[in-house]
Write a new protein. Structure first.
Length: 180
C-alpha cells in the first residue's frame, strides 16, 4: 500500500511540476510549421496560360517566346461572354462555339525548356497547301515547331492560340488550340 501511495504522490509531483514549468506546452501555440527557405526554393510552381505566341526566337541556344495571355472561352461560357462583350452583334451566341478576349496586348518573354512537349492539331506537313489537314493532338518535336513557326508560306502558326504549361517560369508544354 505504501508503494502505491508513494507512486501516486510521485506522479502527482511530476505532473504538477510539468504543468507549472510548461514542459507540456499547454496553451502555448508557438510551434512553427513553415518550410525552411531551402525547401521553399525547391517547391515546384506550375501555371497554365492560354496565349498568342507573337515571336519565337533562339537566343544563344535557348528557345524563347513572346506570349500574350488571352482569355479563352468555349460553349455556354463563350456565349455568355460574347453577349457581354459584343452587345450590338445581333446574335446571342459565340460563332464557332468559342470566344477570345484579349483586352490588352502585353507580351511576356518565356524560356522554353529543352525537353518541352509540343502538341498540334493542324500544320503544314508537306509544303503543299492542299495537304494541310487536321490531325488531332499530334505530338511534334520542339525543333519542328520552331521550324513551322518561322515558315509562313502556307500556314501561319502565330494565328492560333496556344495552351502553355509553365513550371518554375519555364514553358514545359505547348498545345495548339484549333480554331476553324
Amino acid at each position: 500500500m505504501k508503494n502505491r501511495l508513494f507512486t501516486f504522490v510521485a506522479l502527482g509531483v511530476i505532473l504538477s511540476g510539468t504543468l507549472i514549468y510548461g514542459n507540456f506546452n499547454i496553451g502555448n501555440h508557438s510551434t512553427v510549421f513553415a518550410k525552411s527557405e531551402e525547401a521553399q526554393d525547391t517547391a515546384v510552381r506550375v501555371e497554365n496560360q492560354t496565349v498568342y505566341i507573337n515571336d519565337l526566337s533562339d537566343l544563344n541556344g535557348e528557345l524563347q517566346i513572346k506570349a500574350d495571355e488571352i482569355e479563352w472561352y468555349e460553349g455556354e461560357e463563350a456565349n455568355t461572354v460574347f453577349v457581354e462583350q459584343e452587345p450590338d452583334a445581333g446574335i446571342d451566341y459565340a460563332p464557332d462555339g468559342y470566344y477570345i478576349v484579349n483586352e490588352q496586348e502585353a507580351n511576356e518573354t518565356l524560356k522554353i525548356a529543352d525537353d518541352a512537349t509540343v502538341t498540334v492539331q493542324i500544320y503544314d506537313r508537306t509544303g503543299d497547301a492542299k495537304d494541310i489537314d487536321i490531325e488531332w493532338n499530334e505530338e511534334i518535336s520542339l525543333d519542328k515547331f520552331a521550324e513551322l513557326y518561322g515558315d509562313t508560306t502556307n500556314m501561319d502558326m502565330s494565328v492560333f492560340p496556344y495552351h502553355l504549361t509553365i513550371e518554375n517560369g519555364e514553358v514545359i508544354q505547348i498545345v495548339q488550340q484549333y480554331i476553324p
